[in-house]
Design a protein around this ligand. Sequence first.
Ligand code: KG4
Ligand code: ZN
Length: 386
Amino acid sequence: MAELSKIILGIETSCDETAAAVLKKQGDKIQILSSVVASSAVIQSKYGGIIPEQAAREQIKSIIPVIKEALAQAFTQPPASLLPPPIDAIAVTQGPGLIGSLLVGVETAKTLSLIWQKPLIPVNHLLGHFYANWIDQTSVFGNQLSVLKTNYRQHTTDNQTHASPFNLPVFPLIGLLVSGGHTDLVLFKSHNDFDYLGGTRDDAAGECFDKCARLLGLPYPGGPEISKLAKKGDPNAFSLPHPMLDSNDYDFSYSGLKTAVLNLVTLNPSFMSQGQSLANLCASIQQAIIDPLVKKTLKAAKQFGIKTIILGGGVAANDLLRSQLELYSKRYSPNAEIFVPQKFLCTDNAAMIASRAFFEKPLKSQDLLQASPSLSLSIGLTQNAI
Ligand code: KG4
Ligand code: ZN
């Protein structure tokens, strides 16, 4: 007998993106029915980084229009006003993130769950990033994605075709999460049995991209800017520290690299911020950030005899990280398989939150949910697991 399908509305508000998505799961196949993201990154970029209170205010403005739009796109006949939409549950990011931003999503989800009498599923944002890899990405082309306001950052699908059928990641696997706030390596034995292997001791990989970009006078978020300029530069032009490249663990450290860039720029500000020198410096920074990620991920794969690697988080959108992992993993094992979500599913979105929710249990009561700004991958994750 065919498995019944299940539909989940996901809500994500951990930082400066307000997102809602409707996903359907039938058997193993998880499909996006709609995914809407409004980002205040353009507003934040004026200040060179995120101002938490402002991000929260933008969340409040966007949350209802974004949810309405996601429901309108998912269902040809959206229900009238207060009537519940044809969904089976509401999933929401519980943490980690900025408390003001998280509260907007959590309290909205609790309220909708109460009014519509739909189960509520809290999701760890970090796990959510990994679960972008379980979404059938052959189905996300076309117009299912949208941004709400024209002055907001545009999310686009990758310019690649998916002629081959969609494969699901196979356990056991190594997960590398690289975002603006996190750099974590995780060994997954199953959906709900995983070991935290290591992570950054100071700045995250994305944070390092962002802070170096700021030192070079480039706009926020810095990762895409540095990687664009790096394409024209020589990664060996500057000798920068490759933090913890050879340390005997699975940890990372990026604050020293940021200081090295600060020293270079302070010594020679005009020279460093233009033309070929800027491109060379960007290429050198990018290489110094990527090398430890590739080396430690493959070291973990070898140590645990694992052939499947999944990436998640905004920095997974980086072309050099993708291509170097692909290249070096094939040298380690010709059967190695790397899963990288399409770029719009690497940065914050609600589709990944709904996707993870298919593997979690709903809460018994809405009152049990509290926003948790410092939720981690190493503790307290599996209490809702199926
Ligand atoms: O996952 P995400 O959207 O938000 C967090 O949860 O942090 O990640 C945002 C981070 C930013 O630091 C941004 O600079 C970085 O992802 N990023 C990139 C690229 N695209 C986004 N870093 C390097 N290369 C990229 N192409
Ligand atoms: Zn994120």
